[in-house]
Design a protein around this ligand. Structure first.
Ligand SMILES: [Mg+2]
Length: 196
């Protein structure tokens, strides 16, 4: 029941940067797998998670994944650090509620999102591509976290790309991706997916 992913083992510090799960892409999070983990709601990041940063629309496969979750009764809310108007266009297209200008890693919008979903916090996870935004915010908000390999990281703004190097350092330290001197991690999401 864990297609293309594994639960990141509870080791490695800092805990506030350690994702509960690590997946290649959002659409691998099937309704069956989410339900098997006791997850009934997801807060989902937008840029580099649902769509590449410079792309205005979500790929048809990703839109289909959203519909499959909605059909299964999984509650969704987009929580993005992006500006309201831009986030609203995508969210409305997908028929998903959204919270923009989230200021992740601060936890306020995640907490607001959990209330909006009306699901017990223990059954909600924050899904996103950035350790220092999505994973930290989810941890701070007291919910589980799912790290996704970023879509088209080359399109990201300079500040984000700069942080990717630091993220890789932490991901190796946390045992999420294999690193120099470390054993091959059994927890890499798939051979073709790389966090770079
Ligand atoms: Mg993102």
């Amino acid at each position: 029941m864990k297609p293309n992913a594994d639960e990141v083992p509870p080791r490695g510090r800092p805990r506030w940067l350690r994702p509960t799960y690590y997946f290649s892409r959002v659409r691998d999070l099937s309704p069956q797998w989410l339900q098997s983990q006791g997850l009934a709601g997801l807060l989902v990041d937008l840029d580099s998670t649902l769509k590449p940063y410079r792309q205005a629309t979500v790929a048809p496969e990703t839109a289909a994944w959203i519909r499959s979750l909605q059909a299964a009764g999984i509650r969704l809310c987009i929580v993005s650090n992006g500006g309201g108007k831009r986030v609203a266009v995508t969210a409305e297209e997908l028929g998903v509620p959204f919270l923009a200008r989230a200021w992740k890693p601060f936890p306020w919008r995640c907490r607001q999102g959990v209330r909006l979903l009306d699901v017990d916090p223990s059954a909600v996870a924050m899904v996103g591509d950035q350790l220092f935004a999505d994973i930290w915010a989810g941890y701070w908000a007291g919910i589980r976290t799912i790290l996704i390999v970023p879509l088209a990281p080359e399109q990201e703004p300079f500040a984000t790309r700069w942080k990717r190097g630091l993220e890789r350092w932490f991901l190796r330290r946390l045992g999420v991706i294999p690193g120099a001197g470390a054993e091959q991690s059994p927890h890499a999401p798939s051979p073709e997916a790389r966090h770079d």
